[in-house]
Design a protein around this ligand. Structure first.
Ligand code: ADP
Ligand code: LRH
Length: 478
């Protein structure tokens, strides 16, 4: 039996979990959880990365002695360091408005179709490539000598060693998914200096040991190795999908819904680009072929606007609201920015000629129906575009605690949903460390261990998919 600490930072909360692993058992316990609250300063929306790092240290202290530490977080964002290795300002939040209108400038140099063929990434305004283009000419970027993605930045603070973990690097839109190396041509044409990035490292690679100062602050006894994991939280979550065969789709539900397939090779066709599917990199040469859907962010923002009512009660009321009265396009980037979410959802319903949801219960129902509809669409289109049929949809992440969403997703997809684990990213993080240290076997063995040890709930599809197809027709685009 060995213990591994998984630092997992989501957009809404961070946690340090401890996984106890043997070849036949897997237990996960929460050592510490803390809010991740972005801060709006005069220049825009920023991550409070120092408070996140403090949460990591508190978590490691609470975790106690472990055999290794791994870090994963949300994708695309980064910190810039000067020549002395000192952080230059607070990392910019991917929902910041600085990337508004930037894509068109990029496409004037590298047309969108060429960019997709080279990087396989779906268009999202916040891909690191667009963020770096938006940052051009700022004194911060001019003074930067190193760029570290968020998990790599925290790993650097813990160990003093720098690297760029591959799964998260693939979300920058600067990596070629065929070679799994930097896309030198794209970077060159856009004037992006790849020398800013530390060398690539793979999930499972050693990433240093905790510094003496960190050992002192956390009360741990060294040496404690840090191990690179799938440092993109979605890569870790997909690694922890408890699938028992090949014919499965997954939906990682949290702040975002990431819905798609695990493939052996990228799909870089024009149809795939038009459908806005992404080819992010996963473990062991796999590709995470998926679509980003706004996810429970829509509900988080409404709940914030309503003064944080209790979620359980709200979901019970939403379950009693008639189904599919109004739906919005939960893939629409118009919902990306924070603020006025109940009003924006009502406006979208009005604009598409549907009844306008008014009460919190009605708006919540509209969000959950819309998410299930977007899940259906992504699962169906991914199968067609990748020619990879599935028999089951695995739902993992915080959304597994929302039984109504899981049932609606099964109904909309017309497929059984297997929900769980809830802390999939942390489990994927733990298992990649365990594998690197020889405690578990290959990816299939990791999944068998998950399927055997983790509580899972099965939802059978009900009611036929006809009414979902009808609702789909009400919203013009994805
Ligand atoms: P992230 O990692 O992106 O921060 P999580 O995977 O932690 O997100 O999921 C957070 C979401 O899980 C919340 O926005 C909420 O909608 C859902 N959730 C959390 N707890 C519950 C609960 N008790 N009942 C229903 N849904 C829940
Ligand atoms: C989910 C996630 C997702 C990214 C988004 C920025 O936490 O990593 O995969 O697209 O955050």
């Amino acid at each position: 039996m060995r213990s591994y600490a998984a630092v997992d930072l989501g957009a809404s909360s961070g946690r340090v979990m401890v996984g106890r692993v043997s070849p036949h058992s897997l237990e996960l316990a929460e050592a510490h959880r803390f809010v991740n609250r972005p801060v709006r300063v005069p220049e825009g929306l920023r991550w409070d990365v120092l408070s996140l790092y403090a949460g990591v240290l508190d978590g490691l202290r609470a975790a106690g002695q472990v055999d290794s530490v791994g870090i994963d977080s949300w994708a695309v964002d980064y910190g810039l360091l000067d020549g002395d290795g000192v952080l230059l300002g607070n990392p910019v939040h991917y929902r910041d408005a600085r990337t508004d209108g930037v894509a068109e400038k990029v496409w004037a140099t590298v047309p969108a179709a060429e960019l997709y063929a080279a990087t396989g990434l779906q268009y999202a305004p916040f891909n690191t490539l667009y963020q770096l283009t938006a940052a051009r000419g700022t004194s911060q970027l001019a003074n930067a000598e190193r760029l570290l993605l968020i998990p790599d930045l925290l790993s650097y603070w813990l160990t003093g060693e720098q690297g760029t973990e591959l799964t998260n690097a693939s979300t920058t839109q600067l990596v070629d998914p065929r070679t799994r190396e930097w896309s030198y041509d794209v970077a060159d044409r856009l004037g992006i200096d790849l020398g800013l990035f530390a060398p690539l490292r793979q999930p499972g690679d050693p990433a240093g040991v905790l510094r003496p100062g960190v050992l002192e602050e956390t009360g741990l006894t060294g040496p404690v190795p840090v191990t690179a994991v799938g440092s993109h939280d979605t890569a870790s979550a997909v690694a922890a999908v408890p699938a028992t065969g090949e014919r499965f789709a997954y939906i990682c539900t949290g702040t975002w819904s990431l819905a798609g397939l695990e493939l052996e090779a990228p799909v870089l066709t024009e149809d795939s680009r038009a459908a806005n599917f992404t080819n992010e990199l996963g473990l062991d040469g796999t590709v995470r072929y998926l679509r980003n859907i706004m996810g429970l962010w829509l509900l988080q923002e409404c709940v914030r606007a309503w003064g944080e009512p209790e979620l359980g009660g709200l979901l019970r009321e939403a379950a009693a609201v008639p189904a599919l009265r109004s739906v919005v396009d939960a893939g629409d980037a118009a919902f990306l920015a924070p603020g006025r979410m109940p009003e924006r959802i009502a406006e979208a319903c009005r604009a598409s000629g549907q009844p306008v949801p008014r009460t919190p219960a009605e708006i919540t129902r509209c969000i959950l129906d819309s998410l299930a509809l977007a899940h259906r669409r992504a699962v169906e289109e991914a199968q067609r575009l990748a020619d990879h049929p599935v028999d089951v949809v695995h739902v993992v992440g915080g959304g597994t605690r929302n039984a109504l969403l899981c049932q609606l997703t099964a109904d909309a997809c017309g497929l059984p949903v297997v929900a769980g684990p809830t802390e999939a990213a942390a489990l994927g993080n733990v298992l990649v460390q365990a594998r690197a240290h020889g405690m578990v076997g290959d990816r299939a063995a990791m999944r068998r261990l998950l399927a055997r040890t983790q509580p899972l709930t099965r939802y059978e599809p009900q009611g036929g998919t006809g009414r979902w197809r009808e609702a789909e027709a009400r919203i013009a685009t994805r």
